[in-house]
Design a binder for this molecule. Structure first.
Ligand code: SF4
Length: 391
């Protein structure tokens, strides 16, 4: 049974995620809620979807006095939408809520769907951070990932973004099919030459329900992949990037505010097809909500004010695990105070699990902090399993 969404939230801060669910082509490794346009044009959907998103924002029952520290347009491919549509969505959000003075407003862009006029347009309507899905600067690897851009487009998009925005992220991947260490080294050097404020470097993982799961590519061995991870960390740290989360590197004070809110278990509102929300009600209960994943179902649902496919109260056992799943990704770990503030649980409630993780040398505990060790970071899944309870 769906629960009513609480209207009164404990925290005054709420990040907003807006999902744009279409892509020109579905990449074989992608398990996001993205739908290939096939031979259709985005014009068929852009206006009506923009209106649905605006309607969801305006009809949201969450009260108006929220302060928004970050907004993130993710996908799919948000850069398929024109600056004009992005502006309309941003206006609907700022009509309803108060944007923090330094509100971080990110838009994910695909180098195959972007040009200088779009970058300039996005900046004009309020986007102040661009995250570019580069993945690699190597044509052979881009082809094996079935990306719609080539290395020239990757470089040109990155240089244009660099010229126009003060804050950019490059998304890259390693352990790619048949990738060698020297090819990775070249990719890292090329990324560094752009001088982005932030780099997200993901290990290519094969997820269920993807084409790569059906037809697995030939990836480097686990040992080589681990060496690749070390090479990335070593090089980026030498260039003054702080490795602050499993896959994220940032120049000082340039961590992604929006993602930090997820990792620190803050509240967020998800707008659009398949978008998730997590909110803490005034009576300190945590709830999760998810919109219909299928774009047409979502758009029809918004018309009837019935667009949540799932609403769920998170119980005490789940909340500790969910907190750990996010916060243990942070290399500096988290304070015990944050755990107690966000989960409303006493740290002693998970004393047995903490002892187990310490015995395995996965974490270090001080008077006020919990921090994953290098071993814990290398075996994050094993570490998290300790906090997973069936009862
Ligand atoms: S462009 Fe991104 S969201 Fe779209 S299919 Fe490829 S990986 Fe998925």
């Amino acid at each position: 049974m769906n629960l009513p969404i609480p209207t009164s939230l404990l925290s005054n801060h709420l990040s907003i995620y807006v999902h744009i669910p279409w892509c020109v082509h579905k990449c074989p490794y992608c398990d996001f809620n993205s739908h290939s346009l096939k031979n259709k044009s985005i014009n068929e959907f852009e206006e009506i979807y923009t209106q649905a998103v605006i309607d969801q924002v305006s009809n949201s029952e969450i009260r108006k006095n929220k302060i928004i520290p970050s907004i993130f347009f993710g996908g799919g491919t948000p850069s398929l939408f024109s600056p004009n549509s992005i502006e309309k969505i941003l206006l609907s959000i700022s009509d309803k809520y108060t944007l923090e003075k330094d509100c971080e407003i990110t838009l994910e862009a695909n180098p195959g769907t972007i040009d200088q006029s779009y970058f300039k347009g996005y900046k004009k309507v309020g986007i102040n951070r661009v995250s570019l899905g580069i993945q690699s600067f190597n044509d052979i690897h881009l082809k094996s990932l079935e990306r719609i851009h080539d290395s020239n487009q990757a470089l040109s998009a990155a240089l244009q973004a660099r010229e126009i925005f003060d804050n950019i992220n490059l998304d890259l991947m390693y352990a790619l099919p048949n990738q060698t260490m020297s090819e990775l080294d070249k990719d890292v050097n090329q990324a560094l030459s752009i001088e982005p404020e932030h780099i997200s470097y993901y290990h290519l993982t094969i997820e269920p329900n993807t084409m790569f799961h059906k037809f697995p590519p030939n990836q480097p061995s686990d040992d080589v992949s681990a060496d690749m991870g070390d090479l990335i960390a070593h090089k980026l740290e030498n260039f003054n990037y702080q490795h602050y989360e499993t896959s994220a590197y940032a120049k000082p004070n340039k961590e992604c505010k929006h993602n930090l809110n997820y990792w620190k278990f803050g509240d967020y509102l998800g707008i659009g097809a398949g978008a998730h929300s997590k909110i803490t009600s005034n009576n300190e209960q945590q709830y999760r909500f998810m919109c219909f994943m299928n774009p047409s179902q979502y758009m029809n649902g918004v018309k009837d004010n019935n667009f949540f496919i799932e609403t769920k109260k998170i119980n005490d056992n789940e909340v500790a695990f969910e907190f750990m799943m996010n916060a243990l990704r942070l290399n500096q770990g988290f304070t015990k105070r944050l755990f107690e503030e966000k989960t409303k649980l006493n740290m002693e409630k998970i004393r047995n699990e903490l002892s187990d993780a310490k015995d395995k040398k996965f974490i270090i505990e001080t008077d006020d902090m919990i921090k994953p060790t290098q071993l814990g970071r290398n075996f994050l899944n094993e570490l998290l399993q300790i906090f997973m309870r069936d009862d």
